[in-house]
Design a protein around this ligand. Structure first.
Ligand SMILES: *[C@@H]1O[C@H](CO)[C@@H](O)[C@H](O)[C@H]1NC(C)=O
Ligand SMILES: *[C@@H]1O[C@H](CO)[C@@H](O)[C@H](O)[C@H]1NC(C)=O
Ligand SMILES: *[C@@H]1O[C@H](CO)[C@@H](O)[C@H](O)[C@H]1NC(C)=O
Ligand SMILES: *[C@@H]1O[C@H](CO)[C@@H](O)[C@H](O)[C@H]1NC(C)=O
Length: 478
């Protein structure tokens, strides 16, 4: 039988929030380097901001096989915040179903040979199956949180959910591989519901279960970091590709390419690069970098506690305060003025920072973070110890791994009292500095090895690329 070869063309569909959009864009660039054609689906809002805040268009211009495809305007969050935002977006994404289908069947010249979709959108699985295009799921969260999400029905069955009693330190027994250290408080935040009928809970749980229908699973992690949990995951998903940390993987493969390609920020906020100059004038590993990521909101009271804690510690700090991140906005600007005045001596504040460059800076010695997975990986890669104040979703479990499993930081979840902040900052930057730096260095070395030639993530990405190439030969075998 004659086989006709069509060029591999991947349709990439991330969930439209920062961490997902930027991570899957890194993957797109890696595919482009391998000669795979990519169509990247993005919301109008995210596209506008991405183009305004980054050099993405010029950076991607050398790849004729790459194009952005903007989603219909109906995909929007309706200005809600936090977990409600995620739910609203989730609902509104379903309005893109017809649009997505038209894309899949409309490309006669250059048919889509593989779909890579964010592992939260099972309507893409329905369409992939209906039209006969292989679909690979990409979960941009940590493997440990993916596994915990996957085990949620088991926890319900075993009576461990809804959570019991007031003691949040009670161990959870039914997430295989985590029996010895996972407490009630470390479960993803949406497990803290009294009513299992809660729509967010059922959505994440059932969406995660749909992963079994995908042909394969991609995770932004590396074997040396999450090996034991990955062994558990492979009992359910034998075809799992770990190819992270993606931001570093892309840099490694771009090595020797032009400088503009190396400065590959995908931020949806304008980065204030003045903080790098400020860092240049600070002593080695003397600064705590403070950022709560792109979604987390803090109340005025919490902000004030953080501020006192930081100032009282006596340690220098670089603080990112998104203008929209304080729940009481009027108070927010007032506090900001007050903070700016009081912290001139040791602090510096920006609305958004070039995070990869900040974490790589020699003056930075620690990271006070919300424990989003993308931030956690960036910190791990640069060998920067963390203080974790998780906000929601997967962050509660990421921070447990940082504190208890990898031992590269302190997990202060569920409190931001000024005394706790002060002690944590001093511990990380002075008292227990050597211990943290040593373990962070060790893991950073493994991370670098994983994305270097012959490393586990390097080899897994090659295997993924080969498998995608095979999907184009003589049609698709089920
Ligand atoms: C990204 O796009 C979604 C969908 O339109 C929107 O809800 C969200 O606010 C956007 N985020 C940013 C930072 O532009
Ligand atoms: C859960 O919600 C569904 C519909 O939303 C309802 O039919 C069902 O009775 C509810 N179950 C419980 C236990 O509340
Ligand atoms: C589900 O639980 C979350 C978190 O506890 C809460 O914010 C949300 O309002 C709940 N949703 C419903 C429909 O009860
Ligand atoms: C990771 O997240 C941080 C904060 O949300 C952001 O500044 C940075 O650009 C992101 N990096 C990547 C590679 O997406």
């Amino acid at each position: 039988m004659a086989q006709q070869t069509i060029p591999p063309h991947v349709l990439i569909f991330p969930f439209p929030v920062q961490g997902h959009v930027t991570t899957m864009l890194k993957l797109s660039e890696l595919f482009c380097l391998a000669g795979i054609h990519v169509t990247y689906l993005i919301s109008t809002q995210n596209y506008t901001r991405l183009v305004r805040c980054t050099n993405v268009l010029s950076r991607l211009s050398p790849y004729p096989g790459f194009r952005f495809q903007v989603l219909p305007e109906s995909v929007s969050d309706g200005n809600a915040q936090s977990m409600d935002l995620v739910m609203n977006l989730f609902e509104s994404l379903k309005t893109a179903k017809t649009f997505f289908k038209d894309l899949l069947i409309g490309e006669a010249q250059k048919p889509v040979t593989c779909i890579i979709s964010d592992g939260l959108m099972s309507f893409t699985l329905d369409l992939g199956e209906e039209i006969g295009i292989p679909i690979i799921y990409f979960r941009t969260i940590s493997s440990c949180s993916f596994w915990a999400y996957f085990c949620m029905p088991k926890l319900v069955e075993a009576g461990e959910l809804p959570l019991k009693g007031d003691d949040m330190d009670v161990l959870i027994k039914n997430v295989p591989g985590m029996e010895c250290f996972l407490r009630q408080r470390d479960l993803p935040s949406l497990c803290r519901v009294s009513d299992l009928n809660n729509s967010t809970f059922t959505m994440i749980s059932s969406e995660t279960h749909q992963t079994v229908r995908a042909r394969a699973l991609i995770l932004n992690t590396f074997e040396d970091l999450e090996g034991p949990i990955l062994s558990q995951i492979r009992t359910e998903f034998p075809n799992t590709y770990t190819i992270g940390p993606l931001h570093a993987h892309l840099k490694a493969r771009l090595d020797g390419k032009t400088a503009s390609q190396l400065a590959s920020s995908n931020s949806l906020w304008e980065e204030d690069k003045s903080c790098i100059k400020w860092l240049d004038n600070q002593p080695l590993k003397s600064v705590v970098y403070v950022s709560f990521g792109s979604i987390a909101m803090v109340t005025r009271e919490q902000l004030v506690e953080f501020w006192h804690g930081l100032v009282n510690s006596g340690i220098r700090f670089l603080w990112v305060i998104r203008p929209d991140s304080v729940t009481d906005e009027e108070m927010g600007s007032e506090i900001q003025a007050e903070l700016e005045k009081a912290t001139k001596a040791r602090g510096y504040m920006v609305e958004w920072a070039p995070q990869e460059a900040v974490l790589a800076h020699q003056a930075v010695g620690g990271f006070l973070t919300h424990s989003g997975w993308n931030s956690t990986l960036e910190s791990i890669f640069e060998g920067v110890p963390m203080i974790c104040w998780p906000y929601f979703a997967d962050q509660q479990i990421n921070s447990r791994f940082v504190g208890e499993v990898w031992k590269v930081g302190l997990d202060i979840k569920d409190t931001c009292d000024r005394v706790v902040i002060e002690k944590a900052v001093k511990d990380m930057m002075e008292v227990r500095k050597e211990e943290f730096v040593e373990s962070a260095d060790q893991i950073a070395k493994m991370a670098r090895k994983s994305v270097g030639e012959g490393g586990s993530s390097y080899c897994n990405l090659n295997r993924l690329i080969e498998d995608i190439m095979l999907m184009t030969v003589g049609g698709i075998t089920p």
